[in-house]
Design a binder for this molecule. Structure first.
Ligand SMILES: *Cc1c(COP(=O)(O)O)cnc(C)c1O
Length: 383
């Protein structure tokens, strides 16, 4: 690819268009080596795999480009990416995070992070006054938001959250896993750091586990996060990094199609007599729809949830009856997934029992609707 300001779609389709200098291969080689030769005077471009794996460079450069950041880092998982940001803080530091967010990270914040001396305040991030009130200038180092946020897909105003964080001397980090860089670039809205579970849409094929961070500035806070990754060895393998770049090449058409199907399903399910509520930022009646419209470009993502009118048992029975949707956790793959979220999260989960979380894949929208419809009605048309 000739150097030029190509659009993100073009850059992504070609994985930045890098060509292997030694073979002219248009896909990168995988160097299965944990260590790298030094010159006689001990000079080296790369020293050791835990620090500098060449297999990461192309995916990291592409992610930095897509998010408009100064640098990006691949990590072993979304959780490794998120926890590295918090572990780069110091005991006594205060952070503000959402009440409703990715369940495992919420658990980690309330257990390990708290036990290690990080003070955690959880607030409803849809309520900016509550966020403002939770800030402790001089003590709050980080505000963490997730938008759209699991599993109600609540929308947080990134630009407003950034202003509130910065006014108190804190940084803003955004879990943008569900929005993807296709629809939202948080750094351009004022965020300091973006996190992705690359296990989800970035890879898009439900066949690896990885995470990513992108920073606006290569500042001291970023260097500390990179040290955490290096010292803990929170890195994916070379083959997974290669697969991630391969998956990312189709990111734009995949997530645009998934978002279009999700919108169609949300609109149709909102009319379904067995459903009391459809939670999707793309629906005009959804609280946060106006903010989503302003900060998401070209789509509202592929995730939605429905609440089953007849309650918890009926929701579970619906998930038990699907024939095309796959009953599994996770999201962002080519196959559509359905999940009774309260069962997965267990006791203490704030998720309503009548809620089913849907990750929309690449199947035909009519087939997906028909399968849900028969499952809601109690038949089994496909099985
Ligand atoms: C899956 C997920 C994570 C965690 O990512 P892993 O790759 O499973 O560690 C974090 N945030 C969101 C929104 C997720 O969906």
């Amino acid at each position: 690819m000739q150097e030029r300001d190509w659009r993100p779609e073009s850059l992504t389709a070609q994985g930045l268009g890098w060509v292997d200098a030694s073979t002219q291969a248009i896909n990168p080689p995988i160097h299965m080596s944990s260590t790298f030769l030094r010159t006689p005077d001990y000079g080296t471009e790369r020293a050791y795999i835990r620090d500098q794996n060449p297999a990461f460079e192309q995916a990291e450069a592409l992610l930095a480009k897509l998010e408009g950041g100064a640098a990006a880092a691949l990590l072993a998982s979304g959780m490794a990416a998120a926890t590295s940001v918090f572990m780069a803080l110091k005991p006594g530091d205060h952070v503000v995070a959402p009440q409703l967010m990715y369940w495992s990270l919420r658990n980690w914040l309330l257990t390990y992070a708290t036990e290690w001396g990080i003070e955690v305040t959880l607030v409803d991030m849809r309520d900016l006054a509550a966020l403002r009130q939770a800030m402790r200038p001089g003590k709050t180092q980080l505000v963490w938001i997730e938008t759209p946020g699991n599993p109600l897909w609540s929308v947080t105003d990134i630009a407003a959250a950034a202003r509130i964080a910065h006014a108190a001397g804190a940084r803003l980090a955004v879990d943008s896993t569900v929005a993807t860089p296709v629809f939202t670039q948080p750094l351009k809205l004022g965020a300091d750091i973006v996190m992705h579970s690359a296990t989800k849409y970035l890879n898009g094929h439900s066949d690896l586990c990885a995470g990513a961070l992108v920073t606006k500035e290569k500042d001291a806070a970023w260097e500390r996060i990179i040290q955490v990754r290096y010292q803990l060895g929170a890195i994916p393998g070379s083959v997974d990094a290669w697969l991630l770049l391969r998956g990312m090449r189709s990111l734009f058409p995949r997530v645009r199609q998934q978002a279009a199907t999700a919108l169609t399903l949300a609109q149709r399910l909102a009319q379904h007599p067995a459903i009391s509520d459809v939670l999707y930022p793309g629906l005009p009646g959804f609280p946060g729809h106006e903010i989503a419209k302003a900060q998401m470009q070209g789509g509202f993502g592929g995730m939605l949830s429905v609440r089953v009118k007849a309650g918890t048992e009926a929701a579970k029975a619906t998930a038990a009856r699907v024939g095309l949707w796959q009953r599994a956790t996770s999201l962002g793959g080519t196959e559509s997934l359905i999940e009774h979220r309260a069962s997965i999260e267990g006791p203490g989960s704030p998720v309503p029992g009548d809620l089913l979380r849907l990750s929309v894949g690449l199947e035909d929208a009519g087939d997906l609707y028909d399968d849900l419809d028969q499952a809601l009605k109690g038949g089994n048309a496909l099985g």
